[in-house]
Design a protein around this ligand. Structure first.
Ligand code: SAH
Length: 252
């Protein structure tokens, strides 16, 4: 089979966060497949075809990409951040597993990108310096009971939590409920950061505490970081505080 299928992470937004490997793969593609706002981030190239779709149409997009590659095209499927974190790489492999048997012979490459949690963490200090987990707050692809069970288990186990998809217009209430679930488990002073549109011109970082965290600070471009009991805050006069989680912790 001659076609190629790359799944490419575009990073958090700033073109400087696109890896050289990702840029080369995109420039080499005959066809780009993805959600329209992400495709808009990729510089145009003559004779390159663009196939944009709605963000919810992941399955169809993945099948379309595999079929295009199987027809001999050189296809790049794009995702924001890292393509393997709550993104298209899993959808593509699901298509490979359940689709045409011949698709298994495709030349497939996953090109990593800087995920939102790493871009946000870098802006905030070093909140992910010790054990942490990433959780999507969305119940579009899993039951809400699973979300709440994992969230409370992660907080009880002492993980710093990177919350993806914290809020959308269709799910305005979930983040407030999540904070309410965490308040009996973690001290009110636990640091919480809202990192919105990180690395983009509209970037906004709000550092607060679990006791005072206001869900209104989040939208669908926000990554919420919830500290653990060991996460520290370094206050600075007239400047945003740093948050970091020390590398070690003592036995309790
Ligand atoms: N694959 C992406 C995540 C896609 S899920 C990655 O690795 O980053 C979409 C969620 O990612 C958003 O709801 C938000 O929580 C987060 N996100 C994506 N880009 C972001 C950015 N520039 N700043 C803050 N959060 C971002």
């Amino acid at each position: 089979m001659t076609g190629q299928l790359a799944i490419v992470g575009l990073g958090p937004g700033d073109p400087r966060c696109l890896t050289p490997q990702a840029a080369a793969t995109l420039a080499n593609a005959s066809d780009l497949v993805g959600y329209a706002p992400y495709l808009a981030r990729v510089p145009g190239r003559p004779n390159q075809r663009r196939h944009s779709s709605d963000n919810r149409a992941e399955r169809e997009r993945a099948h379309h990409a595999a079929a295009l590659a199987a027809s001999g095209r050189c296809v790049a499927v794009v995702s924001s951040g890292d393509a393997g974190v709550f993104a298209m790489a899993s959808a593509v492999f699901e298509a490979i597993e359940t689709g045409e048997p011949a698709w298994r012979a495709l030349d497939i490459e996953v090109v990593p990108g800087i995920s939102a949690m790493f871009a946000a963490s870098a802006r905030i200090g070093a909140p992910l310096g010790h054990d942490f987990c990433a959780l999507s707050l969305s119940d579009n692809l899993k039951p809400w009971a699973v979300v709440t069970e994992r969230l409370t288990a992660a907080a009880s186990a002492g993980f710093v939590i990177a919350l993806y998809n914290p809020r959308s217009r269709a799910r305005p209430w979930q983040l407030g409920t999540a904070f309410d679930l965490l308040r009996p488990i973690l001290p009110a002073t636990t640091p919480v950061a809202f990192a919105t549109a990180v690395t983009c011109p509209e970037e906004r970082i709000d550092i607060t505490t679990l006791g005072e965290a206001d869900p209104e600070l989040a939208d669908m471009r926000t990554l919420v970081l919830i500290g653990s009991a060991t996460t520290r805050r370094i206050d600075r006069q007239g400047m945003r505080p740093w948050l970091y989680t020390p590398r070690g912790e003592s036995a309790s």
